[in-house]
Design a protein around this ligand. Structure first.
Ligand SMILES: [Zn+2]
Length: 508
């Protein structure tokens, strides 16, 4: 199935006359026979960990989010316009959303709606036939901060504003939509804030507008398919830097005014974003997005690979510059953002690759090779440590961001590299990034690709590393524990990578 939001879908939607004709044809032929056949769209997509994430019956191609936010009161008000296409006859459909809604329109007609437990159910005046392009307009006004979803906090107020940055859930705190990586879309995010406040988001900065006294509107555009949870807002007091990267892309970095002594180290790391992206592109293939940057804030507690522009907690820079975390979040632009998990159970596909990228960046910096770091990590974790009891391939929602997902995920890829050799390994990685670009993918598909490229049977390797409790008898270099304990010294980058992972995994 072609994932929604793929370039093919977008181009098709832009052919306005053809779409209208096709829509009419569907209505003319379908109405008499199926007028009563519409059913409610499913409230979830059946994700293994979060079954109510996303919704059935439609695919979103674009979100236009126009908001205003008042930091003093946490009042978020605005309108989100959703362009979607139905994939079944619908009597009603759901959007994932927590806030209080004031009105909903479907194709310009007022629609009935109700909100319960993060599900906004919309019942249009008339049933929607399969294959119809629909426009849904949701108006709302509420305080996001108090809401919880699956027991989790999402929206965070800060001393100067707010952060709409979280994983795996954040969209329902600030815009309604189809909240699962399987339904990617393009985005326009426009947010009005009081003068002197900055409002940051993904993609290309389109400028500010001074519309009415007391409000300044910031406009951002993402033109590549983007998962809802990777769409972010950071509002507050920032030093914002606008520049052009050597490849010609817009580069927007922002640093909270309250970073204090971590500020210079944060800048010394995140300002190197174009350099790190260039190195990673040399390994993984072309950078998949249209803009670059990063945001550093206090109090976030973690870092997240928000598309085109990761957000970092300043604690990552507490011991000086940290390009490991920058390499980690930027690697996610390929693995996580462009190639996304089809099911949250397979989070290792994101974190294993991002960990591998830290190893590869270390190698590039002459601070230890992937083989050395993976082997050292394997050696220092005792066999009776709980670490080895968490399965990276299915860690459970409570362990989705456990160390094992990161470190054992990284070791898994290093074990693959050992087994298939460098040429096959990098061909697998580049093919994965290219073939699954802008979509979602599964571990099964990854194993099949690795077997096809290498010509080897690899089920045993992945079963051992992803799906078997206990410390594997041989390390990621294929050598037994006894042999290598003598041979491997601590790589220079190890402590920084380990510290980075402590912060990343403590975030959830
Ligand atoms: Zn990560």
């Amino acid at each position: 199935m072609v994932p929604d939001g793929s370039p093919v879908t977008e181009v098709h939607n832009m052919k306005v006359p053809a779409t209208i004709v096709a829509g009419l044809a569907v209505v003319l032929f379908a109405s008499p026979a199926t007028a009563a056949a519409g059913a409610p769209g499913a409230p979830g997509l059946g994700d293994s960990y979060y079954p109510l994430d996303g919704n059935g019956g439609y695919d979103v191609s674009h979100y236009d989010i126009r908001l205003s936010y008042q930091p003093a009161t946490d009042l978020l008000s605005g309108t989100t316009t959703i362009l979607a296409r139905t994939t079944q006859d619908l009597s009603s459909l759901n959007l994932d959303f927590l806030l209080e809604v004031t009105s909903v329109r479907v194709d310009n007609a007022p629609a009935a709606f109700s909100t319960k437990d993060g599900e906004l159910t919309v019942t249009p005046r008339a049933e929607l036939p399969e294959g119809r392009d629909v426009t849904i307009v949701v108006r709302y006004s509420d305080n996001p901060e108090p809401y919880r979803l699956y027991g989790f906090v999402g929206w965070q107020r800060t001393p100067t504003g707010a952060l709409g940055v979280n994983q795996p859930h954040i969209a329902p705190w600030w815009y309604p939509g189809n909240n699962h990586p399987r339904d990617k879309a393009t985005f326009d995010v426009s947010i009005a804030v009081p003068p002197g406040v900055e409002a940051l988001s993904n993609g290309t900065f389109l400028g500010v507008q001074q519309q009415v006294p007391g409000w300044v509107r910031w406009n951002w555009r993402s033109v590549r398919p983007q998962a809802p949870y990777l769409t972010f807002l950071a509002i507050g007091q920032y030093e914002v830097r606008f520049a052009t990267a050597p490849n010609g892309q817009q580069l927007v970095t922002a640093y909270g005014d309250d970073l204090g002594v971590n500020g210079p180290a944060a800048r010394a790391s995140v300002e190197r974003t174009p350099e790190v992206l260039d190195v990673l592109a040399g390994i993984f293939g072309p950078y998949p997005f249209e803009a670059q940057g990063g945001v550093v804030d206090t109090g976030l507690g973690f870092a997240l690979e928000t598309q085109t522009r990761p957000v970092y907690d300043d604690a990552f820079f507490r011991r000086g510059a940290n390009t490991s975390v920058v390499a980690h979040e930027l690697a996610h632009q390929w693995f996580g953002d462009s190639v996304s998990v089809d099911d949250w159970r397979e989070i290792w596909l994101n974190e294993g690759f991002a960990t591998s990228a830290e190893y590869l960046w270390s190698d590039h910096q002459g601070e230890g090779t992937p083989a050395e770091i993976a082997r050292y990590t394997y050696d220092v974790i005792p066999a009776d440590d709980d670490f080895w009891q968490v399965l990276p391939g299915d860690p459970g929602p409570e362990n989705q961001f456990h160390d094992a997902v990161y470190d054992r995920g990284g070791m898994t890829l290093q074990a693959l590299r050992t087994a298939v050799g460098d040429d096959a390994f990098f061909e697998i990685v580049r093919t994965w990034a290219a073939d699954e670009q802008y979509g979602t993918a599964t571990t099964g598909e990854f194993i099949a690709l690795a077997e096809r490229v290498s010509g080897q049977e690899l089920d045993g390797l992945f079963t051992t590393w992803l799906y078997t409790r206990g410390k594997p008898a041989a390390g990621p270099d294929g050598a037994t524990a006894t042999r290598a304990r003598v041979a491997v010294a601590k790589p220079k980058s190890y402590d920084r990578i380990a510290d980075t992972h402590r912060l990343l995994t403590a975030g959830e």
